[in-house]
Design a protein around this ligand. Structure first.
Ligand SMILES: Nc1nc2c(ncn2[C@@H]2O[C@H](COP(=O)(O)OP(=O)(O)OP(=O)(O)O)[C@@H](O)[C@H]2O)c(=O)[nH]1
Ligand SMILES: [Mg+2]
Length: 461
């Protein structure tokens, strides 16, 4: 567990041209350290909490003024980290900010790791882990709705649901343990007759609702979409059309695209990460083959596939093999080049496409692109039940995995209770389920996982 006893400092604003730059200091010595480099314009005997002071930052060695700044002091526990925090708003510029930071570290502050301020807010109990994660979501949100969901989570939407669930689970566990501790009473019999139903109703059912609500994360995380298809089918042309810019090279030479070309756009507010890939065909060229392997890998990992098929040429084996990748996945067939006459036997072979929604477009003229965008949106939202009305908490992938594990344990406990399996085992399974719920809020979690969560943050956050 990282220490919260030392004083940390970091530049909290992006380095580059900006109006102001902020240096943040947190820890027991933050005020004392800041006072060594700060001269307020109006002399004060002691800086008060939650006030803003105008003054100068100077180099204590040379006594020279470095910048005119605003300094704020937020005494513990009423601060971002719950520790004493000082923020120095200086003019922006890397050299300037770095100079102030260097002086602070020279005076004993330690350079903060990415996310360490938020990690301290978590370790000091101001926020739970789901709220800390929402900080990253807020910063990364690429849609209005994603922003709103992150804002709900930072206010504790998941935390509250977890508290309620854990309370129920603790209550059920207490009953199971009472049955073990007082075998002479009739508690066990009662638990076995009603416990399974209680577990189902109070634990598994609300967990199922939460697991379903995970689908709404598309508004925050976006969706990985891959354009795949045979060489020359018009994949790169489609990418350019969707983005309204020339991002990928288009030629009539088969095998033009080799690397994966990635971009982001949005459809109806849903952020879409889209990848154009190398066209599929049998080749001997080493570079092209590597491109095709990469394309197949991306196809396998995609959340949504757009299979591009050139309608002006007969469907062949390469098209068919690729379509198999669409099994059990969200996928659309994009029939391209409808401005050209269809290949003579296209209609006969087109039967094999019937299990997909087929959209007809011309990447060249732009015909059908709006329909395609609509279809992309509908496909993404197809399994997105209107969960927000019942539950405002939208678990992320990590939460979802923990919920699935908890559900599994609670299900085992309910079966064990019914099957006369010893109550010790029922209690053990309930406790495991509780621990998995605790992973979501961060109560029961490995330091390693914690570090990996906070390492996604930027410096100074
Ligand atoms: N007539 C017509 N030509 C198109 C259309 N879309 C693409 N093309 C042409 O088809 C050729 C191949 O287009 P690309 O977008 O490079 O195809 P690709 O699938 O990315 O090709 P590779 O990267 O080689 O796999 C180019 O000459 C495009 O101008 C279309 O809708 N209609
Ligand atoms: Mg291409």
């Amino acid at each position: 567990m990282p220490s919260t006893e030392d004083t940390i400092a970091a530049i909290a604003t992006p380095v580059g041209q900006a109006g102001i730059g902020i240096i943040r200091i947190s820890g027991p010595d933050s005020l004392e350290t800041a006072e060594k480099i700060f001269k307020p314009k109006t002399p004060h005997t002691a800086l008060k909490s939650h006030r803003l002071y105008m003054g100068y930052v100077y180099d204590p060695d040379s006594g020279k003024v470095i910048d005119e700044v605003l300094l704020s002091y937020m005494a513990a526990p009423n601060s971002y980290t719950r520790e004493d925090v000082v923020e120095i708003n200086s003019h922006s510029g890397y050299t300037l900010l770095f100079k102030i930071l260097t002086i602070l570290t020279g005076l004993g502050a330690r350079l903060a790791r990415p996310g360490e301020f938020t990690q301290r807010a978590f370790l000091n109990g101001r926020i739970d882990l789901s709220q800390a994660e929402a900080v990253v979501d807020l910063m990364n949100a690429r849609s209005e709705r994603g922003l709103a969901l992150a804002a709900q989570q930072i206010q504790g939407a998941i935390k509250r649901d977890m508290l309620a669930l854990r309370k129920e689970a603790v209550h059920i566990l207490a009953n199971a343990e009472a049955a073990i501790d007082f075998p002479e009473e009739d508690i066990e019999h009662l638990f076995r007759s009603e416990g399974a139903e209680t577990i189902q109703k109070q634990l598994i059912h609300p967990i199922d609702i939460l697991i379903k609500a995970h689908a709404e994360r598309v508004w925050v995380d976006g969706i990985n979409t891959v354009i795949a298809g045979r060489v020359n089918s018009g994949k790169s042309s489609l990418l350019n059309r969707l983005l309204n810019e020339t991002k990928a090279i288009v030629t009539d030479i088969p095998g033009t695209t080799r690397d994966v070309i990635e971009a982001t756009f949005n459809v109806g507010g849903i952020p879409i990460r889209i990848m154009d890939t190398a066209g599929i065909r049998k080749v001997n060229d080493t570079v092209e083959k590597m491109g095709i392997d990469l394309a197949l890998q991306k196809t396998a990992e995609a959340d949504l596939l757009l299979f591009v098929i050139d309608r002006s040429r007969p469907i062949n084996r390469d098209d068919m093999d690729l379509l198999e990748q669409g099994e059990n996945k969200k996928a659309l067939v994009v029939m391209n080049k409808i401005d050209l006459p269809p290949a003579p036997d296209f209609a006969e072979k087109a039967d094999s496409l019937s299990r997909f929604s087929v959209l007809e477009i011309s990447a060249l003229t732009g015909e059908g692109i709006d329909h395609l965008k609509e279809a992309i949106k509908d496909t993404i939202l197809s399994d997105n039940a209107q969960t927000s009305a019942t539950s405002r908490a939208v678990p992320n992938l990590r939460h979802r995995q923990a919920l699935l594990k908890a559900r599994d344990q609670f299900l085992c406990a309910s079966k064990s209770a019914r099957k006369n399996i010893p109550m010790e085992i029922v209690a053990f399974e309930l406790r495991n389920g509780l621990d998995h719920l605790g992973e979501i809020t961060g109560e029961t979690i490995d330091d390693e996982i914690l570090d990996s969560i906070f390492s996604q943050f930027c410096m100074g956050k």
